[in-house]
Design a protein around this ligand. Structure first.
Ligand code: SF4
Length: 498
């Protein structure tokens, strides 16, 4: 049996870092972890190839080589997935599709031969069995949450890890909270399910053995969903392993803001090598937080919590949303002010969107306010529902936030605010790779001469040398992120793009 796995293209999004990757000589930001995990469940005697279309052209001969083409995608990859499926059909090859896109929008893919939905640990073994017996069904579903302890180590040998900026592991799925716009709880439930710590260590060891050194993303929906377990089991295991391997990785993850309420947990995470955490702040407006059910964000001072995380050695990246029914016209200025004061350099601000299956979607359907499906792009200036605020005012206000926070002057000032707040303890990770050196050279070469940016760039460099010299790697990394964000949002003044 010959299986071709194809990862569809994702467009230029906030998190694609498309305009930053060239600084460090990488081709994509994240590997196709879902496909690699599924690949590890395929019988060893079958031939498996993987094509990541984000940087490799998919040839007709590769499609024709395969008995089956397996595709996994997220909503943002829908257009590319549709095109790949059409090509496979033209060449007479059967397609097996799975992952969040196909699970959430099953009805939009009548052309797919076989759909393997929900969590692959439950449905994929059944598909493999039927494939062997020649009795394939069209749809494989499960209404149980999977036991992710059985999830195998991804087949890293199927890709060239050097092409990617970051590697991934997953410890848990699900989130105990219930924000009404979030589809995580729809896809993975509210009771966090975790792998045994030993499995995570095996996955880290596999990346280490393949030669990876650098950033590893714990792709959990909410890493601190079960605090007791990570404090007592996972983090002590990771701390021990990192020490033994002489700190080859730095970690980033996603967590709820209540992380700032637990000093022991923050200390353990930093000790384990975590240096960045993405948190969903959504809005500084308490009424809107109550409206969307994000009650854990109303319990304490959000700005103070961000500064506390930074003071403990965790860089904060954050998501913000405008378009809640409770939003007043001052929300745009309030969000811009919050972001600039907090020093959250990578702030993803988006218009509220209602993904299918969420509580919000159901409410808006009942109020006859859904306009179309969700694009999966958090920052694409489009609404999929009728907001309470006038749509034009809302979109204009949203654009104003983007201009306020991603114009070069504000962005570079925010980097300095972050560097002032940030307390870096002992730097665990001292590994210097070719891509780090390339990043230094390219940032000086590109940002140091680019009109509209160069003045701010050099001011940051000089400020950092005199005020926070140890944080020069962070200052340069954020300047490179800025090159992406400013291009992505097109906030560089036209006459000054250089
Ligand atoms: S805390 Fe985050 S992951 Fe959890 S339900 Fe809310 S938005 Fe979703």
């Amino acid at each position: 049996m010959r299986i071709l796995m194809v990862y569809p293209q994702y467009p230029d999004t906030f998190w694609s870092f498309a305009h930053a990757l060239r600084f460090i000589g990488k081709k994509a930001s994240l590997p196709p972890m879902g496909l690699l995990t599924v690949a590890a469940m395929i019988p060893g005697e079958w031939e498996v190839k993987l094509v990541d279309t984000n940087f490799t052209a998919l040839g007709d001969e590769e499609i024709s080589w395969a008995d089956y083409v397996f595709i996994s995608a997220m909503t943002i990859q829908k257009d590319s997935a549709k095109k790949i499926i059409a090509r496979c059909q033209e060449l007479g090859r059967k397609v097996v599709a799975g992952g969040p896109l196909f699970t959430a929008l099953t009805q939009e893919f009548p052309e797919v031969d076989h759909l393997v939905l929900n969590e692959a640990e439950n449905t994929f073994p059944e598909l493999l069995r039927d494939l062997r017996q020649g009795t394939l069904k069209r749809v494989y579903r499960s209404d149980r949450w999977a036991d992710i302890a059985v999830s195998p180590v991804p087949r890293w040998d199927l890709i060239n890890i050097k092409h990617y900026a970051t590697m991934c592991v997953q410890y848990s799925r699900g989130c105990p909270f219930d924000c009404d716009f979030c589809d995580i709880t729809v896809l993975y439930g509210r009771a966090p399910r975790a792998k045994p710590s030993a499995n995570v260590i095996t996955e880290l060891e596999a990346l280490y053995a393949r030669g990876w050194r650098g950033t590893v993303f714990f792709v959990d929906d909410n890493f601190i969903g079960n605090k007791k377990l990570i404090k007592n089991e996972l983090l002590p295991a990771v701390i021990g392993w990192m020490k033994k391997r002489k700190y080859p990785f730095t970690f980033l993850t996603q967590a709820s803001i209540n992380l700032a309420e637990d000093e022991e947990l923050m200390r353990l995470m930093v000790k384990a090598g975590f240096d960045t955490v993405f948190v969903g702040i959504e809005t500084p407006d308490e009424t809107s937080l109550v409206e969307c059910g994000k009650l854990h964000n109303t319990r304490s001072d959000l700005l103070a919590n961000v500064k506390k995380l930074q003071a403990f050695g965790l860089q904060v990246q954050a998501g913000f949303i405008v378009g809640f029914d409770s939003d007043k016209h001052d929300i745009f200025n309030r969000i811009s002010r919050f972001i600039n004061e907090s020093g959250i350099v990578a702030s993803m601000v988006g218009l509220l969107n209602a993904p299918p299956g969420t509580k919000l979607y159901k409410r808006l359907i009942s109020e006859n306010r859904i306009l179309k499906g969700s694009s999966g792009d958090n920052t694409d200036f489009s609404l999929n529902f009728l907001p309470k605020m006038d749509s034009a005012v809302l979109i204009e206000g949203y654009k104003k936030i983007i201009r306020d926070i991603y114009r070069p002057e504000a962005y570079y000032r925010r980097i300095r605010t972050f560097l002032r707040n940030y307390h870096l303890g002992r730097r665990l990770h001292v590994y210097l790779s070719k891509s780090h050196l390339q990043g230094v050279f390219m940032s000086f070469y590109k940002l140091g001469v680019r009109r509209g940016v160069r003045r701010h760039f050099w001011k940051l460099m000089i400020w950092t040398i005199f005020r926070k010299p140890r944080l020069m790697p962070e200052a340069l990394t954020m300047a490179i992120y800025g090159a992406h964000f400013m291009r992505h949002f097109d906030t560089l003044p036209n006459e000054r793009r250089g």
